[in-house]
Write a protein that binds this ligand. Structure first.
Ligand SMILES: [Fe+2]
Ligand SMILES: [Fe+2]
Length: 330
């Protein structure tokens, strides 16, 4: 699903001191400047490695936790067609999580360690998945807005300087665009439906609009690690610029649905050639990121339960792999 400019701390990083270390860092930066991809076996500064581990693992966790609010609706999807589409979409998100854990493993940590950080509540994931899905229209709004914001975030990541992350993103972006369309199609059906269905669609937009804008992370002026990430070409476009792009493409889509975006300050600014929009409630964002959103506890609880209940699958897979290796050796 998504990545967010969370800009968490990566801990103290030792600066290059000796002439040799400085030359190595300069050579690394020259490679980045020349648009040469960095691969797992290449030398890289510790800060680059840790920034990527943080970002890719947060991204992977977001994909996995993102399955939960939608999973609630698999049994309640209104038709068999909707159920099949929703199941496929949720499976895609599981796949995204797995590619990303694999990409992250190329930097050192094991998947078991990464999962353990999530289950222990030490790792962050996108704030958006801590909001509840109250009606079927929420599934439409998530596809349209949340996956829509994810695409906006992830398209530039296909050109990220770290090879395994950039390559994982190519397929992920294709699938996200299917997710966005399926969400918009749900919204279209509701917007063209009964008065009650239109109300449901509007209510979902009202509740998901602002959290979707928060997905792009804190404003550039407060985004402490952004400049370094841009220099390393991990990040190509700033949080505020991505957010603006998202608003600009989404407003006409809402108009086509006949729905109203819940922002009295939203208006076209012909001088800037962009929509102006109101202030985001950053206090809410930080509250949710800190673990105090409406569903944080429930989400982690559900993940822990799924992990415990899936232990036998992991054990069986490991035993089978071992048996095959033994047979091959014999
Ligand atoms: Fe995804
Ligand atoms: Fe998605």
């Amino acid at each position: 699903m998504y990545t967010q400019g969370l800009d968490g701390q990566i801990g103290p990083v030792r600066e290059a001191e000796t002439a040799e270390e400085k030359a190595r860092e300069a050579a690394f930066q020259a490679k980045i400047d020349a648009e040469i991809r960095i691969e797992p076996s290449d030398w890289m500064p510790e800060g680059y490695r840790r920034t990527l581990i943080r970002q890719i693992s947060q991204h992977a966790h977001s994909e996995i936790v993102g399955m939960l609010p939608e999973g609630n609706w698999v049994t309640r999807a209104p038709t068999l067609r909707r159920k099949a589409i929703l199941l496929a979409k949720i499976q895609d998100e599981a796949g995204h999580g797995l590619y990303l854990y694999s990409a992250c493993e190329t930097l050192g940590p094991t998947r078991a360690e990464l999962v353990e950080q999530l289950l222990a509540g030490r790792a962050k994931y996108s704030s958006i998945f801590n909001y509840p899905t109250l009606t079927w229209a929420d599934i439409g709004a998530i596809g349209w807005l949340v996956d829509g914001a994810a695409i906006m975030n992830q398209v530039p990541l296909q050109r990220c300087s770290y090879g395994p992350y950039a390559r994982a993103m190519v397929r992920i972006c294709k699938e996200e665009s299917f997710h966005q369309r399926q969400g918009y199609e749900i919204m279209m059906a509701l917007a063209n439906g009964t008065a009650e269905q239109r109300r449901m669609a509007q209510d979902a937009l009202d509740r998901w609009w602002w959290p979707a804008l928060m997905m792009f992370g804190p404003p550039d002026k407060d985004s402490v690690h952004s400049a370094q990430s841009m220099k390393w070409k991990i990040k190509r476009v700033s949080n505020d610029e991505l957010r603006q792009r998202f608003v600009d493409v989404t407003v006409p889509q809402a108009e086509r649905l006949g729905l109203t975006i819940p922002d009295p300050h939203l208006r076209w600014n012909s001088e800037r050639g962009h929509y102006d929009f109101g202030e985001i409630d950053w206090e809410e964002f930080h509250r949710v990121i800190a673990g105090n959103g409406p569903c944080n506890r429930e989400r982690l609880e559900q993940r822990r339960r799924a992990h415990a209940e899936g232990a036998w699958v992991r054990e069986a897979a490991a035993a089978y792999a071992e048996k095959r290796a033994r047979r091959r050796a014999a």
